[in-house]
Design a binder for this molecule. Sequence first.
Ligand code: SF4
Ligand code: SF4
Length: 417
Amino acid sequence: MLKPRGAICNLDCGYCYFLTKEALYPGSDFRMSAESLETFTRQYIEAQSVPEATFGWQGGEPMLIGLDFFRLAVELQEKHRPANMTVHNALQTNGTLISEEWCEFFRANNFLVGISLDGPRALHDAYRVDKSGAPSFDRVMAGLELLKKHGVSFNVLTTVHSANADHPAEVYRFLRDDVDARYIQFIPIVERKNDTGFQEGHSVTDRSVKARQYGEFLTAVFDEWVRRDVGTVFVQIFDVALNSWSGERPGLCIFDETCGGALAMEHNGDVYSCDHYVEPRYLLGNVGEMPLLEIVDSEKQRVFGLAKRDTLPRYCRECEVRFACNGGCPKNRIIKTPCGEPGLNYLCEGYKIFFEHIDGPMRFMANELASRRPPANIMRRMRLEDEAHLEQEFARAGRNDPCPCGSGRKFKNCHGG
Ligand code: SF4
Ligand code: SF4
């Protein structure tokens, strides 16, 4: 992951963990030089063992570096890639700086653009504001419309926090129906309460989602998705779970047994263990001074990645959903297990709720996949189950009870009639 403007951003989202990182480089102009860009591009392409390379652009706000920088990035990729190599670019943005010109560039160069959007206006604007405190919703939606107009591939990254966590259906339906998003990520906000911005301390801010809330949010979205959107809307955590239920690796570091393959490079070429650990203790080296491959392969990074598995508390090791959860991201392992062992994930309660809830449908979908049938068959099965359940409820309902169909009318005036 590359951060061409480091932590610099034109917004000032309440929960953003990047902005405090400015303090790491006092006096810096936070602009990746053409030299660092070329060094990285050449080494990154050379390091691939398959004829494919994906460049992940992040911030802060990466678009703040300007279009010419990205034109150069694409030129350098062309210059250094072997003839048989395909290069992909994925850029994560707050969406407020997108213009016709940017869209033409994205489309011409097949960029995949990730837009940060937390739901409908009020839920999005709860925390996603600019430096003057002004809301960003209209600017993000305008950017999205431009992407759609130009046929640019996009996905949506929605953070789940204290303001939107109790509105799963509203958020999901907005993304699906109003934004027309087909690829969605739900990322929990777990923000440590401290002044350093580092992964220190054991308490979290009020903006953070509560563990149970996150589990119930995912569960509610899943219940809607599994009945009508399988195969047409792709929610990252559901896809990842299906991999786990199919006996595959999840494909997302958070739920993998070990991690360490998601390094981040700052604007000046400094490489860190992970984007969540851009802090002095996790600095591995600088691409200007050390070959990238050596940095990635270093003992320090190996230890970082293995620690995800090796520090797992016994409570996780004996957990029934460990195969899908693997204790989650180490950055959130800040609470104690019921036995008092440290290192349990803050989101544990939510993960348990979610993974236990989806077990039945996931088993079914994994079996369909293994039998070379579409997992979308789950929707028919859910419908039959729901109908059978409703029949039972109708049989039990009294004349004056609310109708089990959920219409809000009395049974005798609805299905009972
Ligand atoms: S620390 Fe968390 S986000 Fe970073 S690589 Fe490990 S699991 Fe992934
Ligand atoms: S659900 Fe909780 S106990 Fe189970 S593996 Fe995940 S974090 Fe550990």
